[in-house]
Design a binder for this molecule. Structure first.
Ligand code: NAP
Length: 175
């Protein structure tokens, strides 16, 4: 199964945080909905899921398998709760998905990156600068590098540029 990490970055390279002062860009959200629909799923961290859930309705994700990663949460109606990134992938593989979309937040993205569970990266660079913030990291302890190959670069409108990369020499431990 192919795994795609989808994230928005600020123009100064932070992992973008959204909130009242920096709401998500419509163009990026539209792209996420399209990709989630195509994949038929997305994987999300417990904290981001709680932020998205709003009034608890299924919203635009009614027919999509949502997998929430949490070490402690109990059952949540309408979604699958799993304990680890590997368990999230096993669950989606078991349901016959060909692609898993990893939608954030920072903890989840860094868990998948750190464990070498990402095949493709989609970064939406938003036209905003941020102060102190979050980062995407392949290793929280050491300096190291993983080279990526640019597949395409597409303006989404509203000043958002989408970069798509494949990881070179990724070890497909999740296949
Ligand atoms: N830039 C973007 O594309 C993007 C996308 C989404 C969110 N965000 C931003 O990201 C921030 C939220 O991210 P976050 O890092 O605070 O939270 P998060 O990644 O959404 O969720 C963190 C929670 O997920 C669970 N988790 C993470 N890694 C795990 C692992 N390896 N095994 C088991 N459980 C694991 C834990 O849940 P338990 O505590 O229940 O164990 C952890 O507390 C917000 O500022 C939001 O605006 C940005």
């Amino acid at each position: 199964m192919k795994t795609i990490l989808w994230a928005t970055l600020t123009a100064n390279g932070n992992y973008a945080q959204s909130g009242p002062e920096n709401p998500p860009k419509k163009e990026a959200l539209d792209d996420f909905f399209t990709r989630a629909k195509t994949a038929g799923n997305f994987i999300v961290g417990r904290r981001t899921f709680e932020g998205m859930r709003g009034n608890g309705g299924p919203g635009p994700f009614a027919d999509i398998d949502i997998v929430v990663v949490s070490s402690s949460a109990g059952d949540i109606p309408g979604v699958q709760v799993v304990r680890t990134p590997e368990e999230a992938l096993d669950y989606l593989k078991g349901k016959g998905h060909q692609t898993a979309l990893i939608s954030g937040g920072a903890d989840i993205h860094n868990s998948f990156l750190g464990q070498g569970l990402v095949d493709e990266l989609i970064f939406n660079v938003a036209p905003v600068l941020e102060g102190r913030g979050l980062n995407l990291l392949i290793d929280k302890e050491n300096y190291r590098y993983k080279h990526v190959q640019l597949l395409d670069c597409t303006p989404l409108g509203g000043g958002v540029v989408q970069l798509r990369y494949v990881l070179e020499n990724s070890s497909p431990v999740h296949n």
